[in-house]
Design a protein around this ligand. Structure first.
Ligand code: NAG
Ligand code: NAG
Ligand code: NAG
Ligand code: NAG
Length: 360
């Protein structure tokens, strides 16, 4: 074990070079992106948060010739926190995640917050039918009456429930996709808060907030096993997954303390920008510090290196294509002011790459 850990540690200090298996697939000339979602027919969608400016696309379909077409169009993509901020319940306020489900819907997670400003009724999960390209349902979290700072982050979809991480204050949110009932759990539990130590180094610098303190990142990444029995989740900057059986999460008779007792510390990981699971249940970890991608087995937690490359600059929420490629957008979060001691060091365009993994 010691030898293995030393190997991982040494990787942090090694110089890294380009790997020609990592293939560029698209660019975003102006707007930061942090997520990709693919359909079975290889339509490609990207998610654009509103962290670096007032104007962004929020969600776009990537067409041929790298055309980024706002999706689904209409008023959904026209929100602007300075000039046009009415109807936040029917427009994209700040998109943090997108996902295609097995029923050919695009699921979109809107934090409803820009900077530290919460827009009333802006926090929601949106279902878009990919055949009609129309919004079919909006799941608002307004009924939670959550405290200011509440921010939906990412989602996994089961047959009846959506599970979401909430990264503003730290919690797990569960939405019944039929009834629309929304619950918030584990908001008192340490597993959903930022983990210590939170000192993360990327590209030779410590990731610092605007006041020069190590950046804190509450509950963020999550994965649901294919049989929907276990939910894994972790703050971006934590060194392990937490896990809980979904039976407990869905048991409304359990109070916060009882539920907290059912959380256990799970497989070792590393600070991650994003994660995704393939159809065989392997998790892909976007390793921030080593600028690498690992494949993790959920049978024994072991890691296998997929690729390490200097172009992997905050690999974020990825997806796996039908033809066996992992698509990874580079969000460069470590270069935006709120993660970089107030200084903007983004190098445009933002890039998206793919690498063959022989899974689907
Ligand atoms: C929100 O951010 C603005 C601008 O950075 C700041 O002036 C204000 O004090 C903040 N408000 C809260 C409640 O933190
Ligand atoms: C938020 O939504 C509720 C329920 O639909 C509605 O009654 C309320 O007026 C909305 N508030 C704002 C500020 O839009
Ligand atoms: C999407 O819309 C099509 C056409 O109306 C419909 O046949 C299909 O059932 C819808 N998909 C879902 C998942 O509801
Ligand atoms: C962060 O920025 C402040 C203000 O510009 C500066 O004094 C400080 O040295 C910076 N910290 C690091 C670790 O670069």
């Amino acid at each position: 074990m010691i030898i293995i850990h030393l190997f991982y540690l040494l990787l942090i200090f090694q110089t890294i070079v380009g790997d020609n298996r990592l293939i560029e697939v698209a660019q975003s000339p102006d707007y930061q992106w942090n997520g990709v979602a693919l359909t079975k027919t290889n339509r490609i969608f990207a998610a654009f948060p509103r962290a670096t400016g007032d104007v962004t696309l929020s969600v776009a379909e990537i067409l041929s010739n790298n055309i980024l077409k706002p999706y689904p169009g209409g008023d959904w993509n026209t929100f602007n926190p300075i000039t046009s901020y009415d109807n936040p319940d029917k427009r994209f306020v700040n998109i943090n995640a997108i996902l295609t489900d097995t029923q050919n819907n695009l699921r979109v997670v809107d934090s409803g917050m820009v900077g530290n400003k919460t827009y009333v009724n802006g926090s929601k999960l949106i279902k878009i039918n990919l055949t009609t390209n129309k919004v079919e349902r909006i799941y608002s979290t307004s009924n939670l009456n959550a405290p200011p700072g509440f921010a939906l982050n990412d989602v996994r979809i089961g047959s009846q429930y959506a599970f979401l991480t909430e990264s503003g204050l730290g919690s797990v949110v569960i939405i019944d996709l039929e009834s629309g009932q929304v619950r918030r759990v584990l908001d008192q539990h340490p597993s959903t808060k930022f983990a210590y130590p939170t000192v993360v180094r990327m590209e030779g610098r410590v990731v610092l907030d605007t006041s020069g303190k190590p950046k804190k990142m509450p509950n963020n990444n999550l994965e649901l096993t294919p049989d929907e029995t276990i939910l894994y989740y972790k703050p971006s900057f934590s060194y392990n997954w937490f896990q809980i059986s979904t039976n407990y999460l869905l048991d409304e008779s359990m109070n916060e303390a009882q539920l907290g007792e059912k959380v256990s510390t799970s497989w070792k990981t590393m600070p991650t920008g994003g994660t995704t699971m393939d159809d065989q249940g392997f998790i892909y970890l976007m390793d921030l510090e080593r600028q690498a991608i690992w494949q993790q087995s959920i049978l024994d937690g072991s890691w296998k290196l997929i690729v390490r490359d200097e172009r992997i600059i905050w690999g974020d929420a990825s997806d796996v294509s039908q033809d066996g490629y992992l698509y990874v957008p580079m969000s460069q979060n470590n270069n935006i002011p709120s993660f970089n001691n107030g200084t903007n060091q983004v190098i445009k365009p933002f890039k998206m790459y793919k690498i063959k993994i022989n899974s689907a």
